[in-house]
Ligand binder design. Structure first.
Ligand SMILES: C[S@@+](CC[C@H](N)C(=O)[O-])C[C@H]1O[C@@H](n2cnc3c(N)ncnc32)[C@H](O)[C@@H]1O
Length: 136
């Protein structure tokens, strides 16, 4: 079960109630109905909490990325602010983990190094990434 508050004090003092994942997705779907997501679209979350919107925006952008430059553009165009430092830390951590997961799932693999034909590496810098499996 999703935890939507950290403490009653924080709710009282900072109105800190996080948005559930399904509502974040529904809201982003509504935005995308009129303005489809682009890698370079700028987002600013003025009260980002622990990153629920930032993470989902990044996730959607990463699905559109074809190379390392795209990934940088996707991240650089997402901005967030929160009055509580622990929220900012958590937001950054979650976004970082999302990118690492995407790259590591391609780069670190089970394989037999003596049979290189069974291995498949993505060249993030020079080549296009065309796997549909990314970001899952
Ligand atoms: C209702 S929560 C929403 C969090 C996040 N946007 C979400 O939907 O999950 C409001 C957030 O605003 C932050 N906040 C309150 N006052 C603020 C201020 N003056 N400037 C920036 N952030 C603030 C709180 O710390 C809290 O994380």
């Amino acid at each position: 079960m999703e935890k939507l508050i950290k403490s009653k004090e924080r709710v009282k003092k900072f109105a800190e109630v996080y948005t559930p994942e399904h509502i974040v997705n529904e809201m982003l779907d509504m935005v995308e109905d009129s303005e489809p997501m682009r890698i370079e679209t700028t987002f600013l979350e003025p009260a980002c909490g622990n990153g629920n919107f930032l993470v989902k925006i990044l996730e959607r952008k990463l699905k559109l990325c074809h190379n390392a430059d795209d990934i940088i553009t996707a991240v650089q165009s997402i901005y967030g602010v929160d009055i509580l430092a622990d929220n900012v830390k958590e937001s950054k951590q979650r976004m970082f983990e999302l990118i690492c997961k995407m790259v590591m799932e391609e780069n670190i693999q089970v394989g037999n190094f003596l049979k290189p034909e069974t291995l498949e590496f993505v060249d993030w810098v020079n080549k296009k990434i065309d796997k549909d499996e990314r970001c899952k």
